[in-house]
Design a protein around this ligand. Structure first.
Ligand code: EPZ
Length: 429
């Protein structure tokens, strides 16, 4: 199994190109199930999760051509991919495929809307919390679906089609908002979603669906209105920049010091996170082409944060920010409000010499002047990269095991960092 070796101590200087967002690409790919025409997606990141979804969509009969223009030469770079779901050959999403990645459960929306039925395995447990699917099922019922659960599968049926109505989320869910929005595009009548997720990836999906002929307004706000249409067509859409990757590298620069331009991204996607990085002592200058991040001289200031749905501080950057705070000049409180068990990185950061105590949903991080390299391991992708960030500032060698977690969500991480002066390499085998 591959590992990543980091030798800490170098500043980062240079340019880091930001990839297309994993969490936008996945629902966009799933949207291809809604039409028998071709959906072409540009700037699709080359990631393990994308490859897994390609397998899942293939199982439903989607024809996938990756022979589009490569945006740069070589393996591991963003690609243009064509998805054509001319015939849906199977409306069952089996356990073997769905259990590997929670987002694959989302095929339930388009399959039900287009085919009138879907049988999709429950996604199962996950390292960051229990993550139930109750909100999906309530929302699909509000769209007129009949739902039952048997043998670990959700059976959803709408033989006469889905219908208009309203669903108010009792709690914000990104995935369930994606699914209801996709399903409602082909409903009879108008469907309204209240307390919808406002994440940029939801707005990006709506933009693509509208290009396919859907009638969606309000995506990106808490109130989305979807006027059903009888069919959707193909479209061409460019996946928006990855705000989590952007924030991760901003935190890495704040950690090491230096001067890096994060290219092809936008500060609007992550204001709350950039505010926290600024408060920690980095200079952040947004431009039309990206974001310049610098930190020189002074040490890292402690900053308290609490995760929240967008536009709040993203849970997907919580681990990385904790990595940064391990090396601050004081005490920082980090509160996780989205997932109940997203602190698996705490004990691994401690192996590098971090001082962190946990009380309920809040971690108290006492910054230390000196982190020391060690062997570490992580259980999810954001936790893994927090260990890389800490390793960049640690004395000596840090080896991050289970790199497949990183490969799920970070495109060419070691290359991007080493191009900016980090001593980092992948060790195969
Ligand atoms: C998306 O997951 C992201 N995944 C996650 O990123 C991200 O952490 C999360 O949104 C929150 O921002 C993708 O976009 C592929 P939710 P999702 O439904 O949609 C609870 C990463 O690292 N909930 O918004 O699965 C749930 O348990 C990943 O890239 C219910 O209770 O998250 C959680 O506490 C990890 N019932 C909260 O809502 C439901 O039916 C928010 O989850 C659904 C969710």
């Amino acid at each position: 199994m591959d590992r990543i070796k980091v030798v800490g101590g170098n500043q980062l200087n240079g340019i880091i190109p930001i990839s297309g967002a994993k969490n936008a690409a996945l629902p966009l790919m799933i949207a291809s199930l809604l039409t028998d025409d071709t959906l072409t997606l540009e700037n699709v990141p080359h990631l393990a999760d994308v490859e897994q979804l390609v397998r899942i969509l293939g199982n439903h009969g989607v024809d996938i051509a990756v022979n589009g223009r490569r945006e740069r030469q070589g393996e591991g770079y963003a690609r243009t991919i064509h998805f054509t779901a001319r015939n849906i050959v199977d409306t069952v999403a089996p356990y073997e495929l769905v259990s590997k990645m929670r987002a694959s459960f989302w095929v339930i929306g388009p399959l039900l809307a287009r085919m009138g039925e879907a049988r999709v395995s429950l996604p199962g447990g996950c390292a960051i919390g229990t993550r139930p699917v109750d909100l999906f099922l309530e929302g699909l019922s509000a769209l007129g679906a009949e739902i039952d659960i048997d043998g670990g599968y959700v059976n959803a049926r709408a033989p006469k089609g889905l219908k208009g109505g309203t669903y108010r989320f009792p709690k914000v869910s990104v995935g369930a908002t994606h699914v209801l929005m996709m399903a409602a595009t082909l409903a009879n009548g108008t469907f309204e979603i209240e307390n919808a997720a406002r994440e940029p990836e939801v707005a990006d999906l709506a933009k693509c669906l509208n290009a396919m002929g859907a009638k969606i307004s309000g995506a990106g706000t808490g109130h989305i209105v979807i006027e059903g249409v009888t069919s959707l067509s193909g479209a061409r859409h460019r996946v928006l920049p990855d705000r989590i990757e952007t924030g991760t590298y901003a935190m890495a620069v704040a950690m090491t010091g230096g001067d890096v331009f994060l290219e092809n991204t936008s500060a609007d996607l992550l204001d709350a996170a950039l505010d926290a990085v600024r408060a920690a002592g980095a200079d952040i200058t947004p431009t039309n082409a990206g974001i310049r991040v610098r930190r020189n001289g002074a040490g890292i200031e402690p900053v308290d944060i609490s995760t929240d749905p967008f536009p709040g501080f993203p849970t997907d950057l919580q681990a990385q920010f904790m990595g940064l705070m391990t090396h601050s000049k004081g005490r920082a409180h980090i509160t996780e409000t989205i997932f109940e068990n997203r602190f698996m990185h705490v004990q691994e950061l401690a192996r590098l010499g971090a001082h962190i105590s946990l009380s309920g949903q809040t971690a108290t991080v006492e910054g230390v002047a000196r982190l020391k390299g060690a062997q570490v391991m992580a259980t999810d992708l954001r936790a893994s990269v927090s260990l890389v960030i800490a390793g960049l500032a640690a004395e000596g060698e840090t080896v991050v095991n289970r790199v497949y977690h990183l490969d799920r969500g970070f495109e060419r991480l070691e290359e991007k960092l080493s191009n900016c002066g980090a001593e980092i390499e992948r060790i195969s085998g």
